[in-house]
Write a new protein. Sequence first.
Length: 281
Amino acid sequence: MPFSAQPPASGERYALSASLDNARHLSSLLRAVHFQDHATCLATASGLRVTVEDAKCIQANAFIQAEIFQEFSVHEESVMFRISLSVLLDCLTIFGTSSLPGTSTALRMCYQGYGYPLMLFLEEGGVVTVCKINTQEPDELLDFDFCSTKVVNKIILQSEGLREAFAELDMTSEVLQITMSPDKPYFRLSTFGNAGSAHLDYPRDSDLMEAFHCNQTQTNRYKISLLKPSTKALALSCKVSIRTDAQGFLSLQYMIRNEDGQICFVEYYCCPDENITEAEL
């Protein structure tokens, strides 16, 4: 990468600096969480987390591990800022979304710290473009308090199984009902649309099921309008982990393998639809 080894100017110290041989690895992951204009970026020694939220009901996180980058350096314990995700994606794809065969857009990303812009240096075919994107004070993020010790039910499914479900179920329904149980129907997705009720069941020994850990029967409903943004990540993923806690909060964690075989994760948290009463289930 032509500019990956360039040191900062004399006396200049970056709070965050990173480089990628192929900017498309980053832009495809960011598109998977791009359902709002702004995102909060958190950089630590382990990598970069980009968080997008909407209506205090849904949160998406794209995790890009430090190992994905050719260079990744954070000179503070953590670096956090808010940025326009729309502008960032426009800059990352400034040379177009599909490069010519054998070419890719190289990226160097630098951030000096609070109040400074995020600087992007993009190079393709010997042409270098510099972008400066204003950063803002980060908002306080929702804490879904979704730790592994609080997970009640968890399954891991090959993504094609969930893609088929979204294609077959009636998306005119306002809600998607998810049933997870140690007994039949094990894992059931239900919709209640214009054409009536529809159910899709997955037995625990299904070829699509990679792991099945259900401790109790849970049935929860989630607004489809909140889940639809996660289909961007679903389209890119090879596996999906579906978890619920005792309150019915939903975690969808998508495992995404990029062109170089490297693994990244996109996770969506969603609140249950509290307008549904037990009597309606």
